[in-house]
Design a protein around this ligand. Structure first.
Ligand SMILES: [Zn+2]
Length: 192
């Protein structure tokens, strides 16, 4: 069964982390895929909305669960040859986008049985955490010091924002800082 990795890249400004709401193993996000039938080559015209059903209940040991579980994304029928296809999310193989990634990130790994992903459409269900900068007046705490740095800039986690990528980008001003997510790209890469 072919495995396909959803590889995503984006330009992040003042964002620490960008990921699906519940991380790379998010089974609640609304996935929109364009799918191709492995048997007859039929490609659905519009993105299909795919929801994942939890096949097995986690045992509580998340690490082991991630190694062993896959989430069933339900059965679909090809409109060309009417054969059945199934897609599942393999847990524990993805990572969020972060400010340290300026290149492509392996976001999610899928198992494809009869149907292959050809396109991923960004939609709702994404979460980002902003970077918050604040100034710290050194002399306020150390008035006896007369030389050296006067102001420090501290960087911390800022706000959690929920994003809908239907417009393919995000622009806002948060705490006086320009926060943008642009140049969103997604592709599927075969994994052995
Ligand atoms: Zn088919």
């Amino acid at each position: 069964m072919p495995k396909l990795m959803l590889v995503v890249s984006a330009e992040l400004k003042n964002i620490v982390i960008l990921q699906p709401e519940d991380g790379s193993d998010d089974e609640k996000i609304n996935y929109y895929f364009k799918l191709e039938c492995e048997h007859c080559g039929w490609v659905c015209e519009n993105e299909a909305y795919v929801s994942i059903n939890v096949k097995e209940k986690p045992t509580g040991n998340r690490r082991n669960d991630n190694l062993n579980l896959s989430r069933n994304m339900g059965n679909m029928i090809c409109h060309g040859c009417e054969s059945h296809g199934k897609i599942s999310l393999i847990l524990g193989h993805g990572a969020p986008l972060s400010q340290n990634h300026c290149t492509e990130v392996d976001l999610m790994l899928f198992n494809c049985d009869g149907l292959l992903h050809v396109e991923y459409s960004f939609n709702g269900g994404w979460l980002a955490i902003t970077i918050h900068f604040y100034k710290h007046n050194f002399y306020h705490f150390y008035p006896h010091v007369t030389s050296g740095f006067s102001i420090f800039f501290f960087q911390t986690f800022g706000q959690v924002i929920h994003i809908d990528f239907v417009g393919r980008e995000y622009r806002n001003v948060i705490d006086g800082e320009e926060v943008t997510i642009t140049n969103l790209e997604a592709k599927f890469v075969p994994k052995g």
